[in-house]
Design a protein around this ligand. Sequence first.
Ligand SMILES: *Cc1c(COP(=O)(O)O)cnc(C)c1O
Length: 409
Amino acid sequence: MIRINENYLKLQASYLFSDIAKRVNRFQQAHPDRQIIKLGIGDVTRALPPACIAAFHRAVDEMADDTTFRGYGPEQGYPFLREKISRYDYQARGADISADEIFISDGAKCDTGNIQEIFAGAARVAIPDPVYPVYLDTNVMAGRTGSYKQGRYEGIVYLEGSRQNGFIPELPDQPVDLIYLCYPNNPTGATITKTQLKTWVDYAREHQALILYDAAYEAFIRDESLPKTIYEVDGAREVAIEFRSFSKTAGFTGTRCAFTVVPDTCRAFSADGQSVPVHSFWHRRHTTKFNGVSYPVQRAVEAVYSDEGRRQIQQLQHGYLENAALIRKEMTALGYDCIGGENSPYIWVDGRTDSWQFFDMLLEKAGVVCTPGAGFGRCGEGYIRISAFNSFENVKMAMKRITAALSSK
Ligand SMILES: *Cc1c(COP(=O)(O)O)cnc(C)c1O
């Protein structure tokens, strides 16, 4: 009799986005003539940059000719792409990361989900609340938690975000081995300073812990004093793995390309206390279970690093940041405290009421869809997330309607 992995039975069904869809459909049916504006799900709306499309087409043509055709590529990614990432994303910022320390993949979702399997089942895990749910659910699947009680899994150390700490959690008050951090943050849009990030790096060094740093939104940072990579912090090379993605930063959510950085100097420990290089473990996992991102996609992403590509993605990000600034400005003018929306495409609004109530109110009075903060964890209750991923026209219209609805209250 084949038994299943019972840890999956502990998982809470994720009703968030299906609940949202249900409410939106119900509203649309009741009001067929109302045009709904979606500022909910974190997916981009604008086309891939022309430089990427041109490179994509050229690479497809290479695949059509025996003399330039490519079969399996290197599992870790083509050197042409890893070298550009190393040079432009790291060396240019004074962060000492080499091409060999970079692993190209088909998504930061898979990488942040898969990374935990190279660590012990007994590893003590610290996860923020509110949070991007992948970190939590993959640790539940792996059996690192007990059951779910009152909105929490037993065995997880929750790093609580709040109004008081501006959604930058305090250091854990009990020993942990793996720490998930994400800045600029999804869902809150909060950013972390180099000094704040250094306290985490120092903590990890002192406690022989490891930081899993999700920097999927780094490209939205415009404030030059904020760290774009954790490796700008001294000492991070020994205690941090970084995840990046081209999804939100260059529009590759549907095309799929991301990467993970595992420095050679990053260490974990065997049961007998020997230090082992994490890089060789991730290398083994990645090359055993993954056969590389498609060649045309890697060429398309390479074009992100050309002069015109960099200009074009800057423009793309600039558009979303303008939306974010407008949302933040209007919500603040209405008297709501906001986090994010600067150096981030998300605005986290303190609704001073039940998350779902605020969601329903925006839908019914303004025809605007947001995401209830409670869907990201217990500490998200009372907040909503508004996403800047839409056209400027739609965002302008959405804010006009919200302003009209809320100021007439
Ligand atoms: C969107 C997102 C990702 C990743 O996306 P991929 O499309 O899988 O590369 C990773 N982390 C966070 C926090 C995200 O919001």
